[in-house]
Design a protein around this ligand. Structure first.
Ligand SMILES: [Fe+2]
Length: 292
């Protein structure tokens, strides 16, 4: 879907300037012209790209995942059918499902959240929080697959209104440098970034934890939000998400690239949507804490 979006943007641009590169369109520029009407048909319950105004393209020259945004990246229609996900293997179900969960959570706690994004974020948190483990363990479970598909699309709408934050900002460089899948790199960063961000949006994290079925309704905000971090760690174990170390990334490579990764995370502008806005040193420390 993201490739089709990028091709559509480039095809329109090439009519005016045949030499233009997709790199020219990365944020903060807005891509607003398309060549053809685009209809998106997702085959995973994940990115929500069928309903977002974003496309992510890897710049293989600079090892950077570029965020390209604008109405040109928003499909004119989406056909969302969970039956297309019935044969998705467990690893892809886990990685894409975790990505969708992060969309719902980051939209919900985002500094740019509003009543509309909250509506879709709550739906995404509930549907994904209650069904991801079942879709992973029982791939043929139609109810779990349907809930995940709807949850991923709602999470996509939520994060198209209230864009993603620090988890995505820090995950993109891991994907670009070490070729970790998008959802898995998000999941690697999710527990440490959530723990770091809690104090700045305790009530929202606590509510997210209750909606996702992680915390019980009678828990106070402190306990419910702490439970969220514990459950995210547990979810990673249950869905076999490795730490960067266990993924096979060497400690010397990790250390060598940390400064560049921190710069790239900050440059994406997503950290400024986070409830707690990190200094560059915080980002380096969080990368170190996540290494495992
Ligand atoms: Fe994502």
């Amino acid at each position: 879907m993201d490739t089709a979006k990028a091709m559509n943007i480039l095809a329109a641009a090439h009519r005016l300037d045949p030499g233009i590169h997709i790199r020219e369109f990365k944020l903060p520029l807005n891509a607003d012209a398309t060549a053809v009407p685009l209809i998106a048909v997702p085959t995973t319950a994940g990115t929500g790209s069928e309903v977002t105004r974003f496309t992510v393209v890897t710049d293989t020259v600079n090892n950077e995942k570029m965020l390209i945004s604008g109405l040109a990246a928003l499909p004119v229609a989406a056909i969302v059918d969970f039956e297309l996900t019935m044969t998705v293997p467990p690893r892809v179900t886990a990685d894409t499902g975790l990505d969708a969960f992060v969309h719902a959570l980051e939209a919900f706690v985002s500094r740019r959240a509003n009543a509309h994004s909250d509506l879709f974020a709550r739906s995404g948190l509930s549907l994904i929080g209650h069904h991801l483990r079942r879709a992973y363990a029982e791939p043929g479970d139609r109810l779990a697959r349907e809930a995940m598909m709807l949850g991923a699309t709602h999470a996509g709408i939520a994060c198209s209104i209230a864009p993603v934050a620090l988890v995505h900002a820090m995950a993109r460089p891991i994907g670009a440098h070490f070729h970790v899948s998008h959802g898995m790199s998000n999941a690697m960063m999710l527990p440490v970034v959530t723990e770091y961000s809690l104090p700045s949006a305790l009530d929202k994290y606590a509510e997210a934890s209750r909606i996702a079925g992680f915390a019980r309704s009678e828990m106070d905000d402190e306990t419910a939000s702490r439970t969220l971090v514990e459950m995210l760690q547990r979810l990673n174990r249950e869905l076999s998400v490795p730490s960067p170390r266990n993924y096979g990334i060497s400690p010397t490579e990790w250390q060598r690239l940390l400064p560049l990764m921190a710069d790239q995370a900050l440059a994406s502008s997503s950290p400024y949507n986070n409830p707690r806005i990190p200094a560059r040193g915080d980002i380096v420390a969080l990368y170190q804490a996540s290494y495992g």
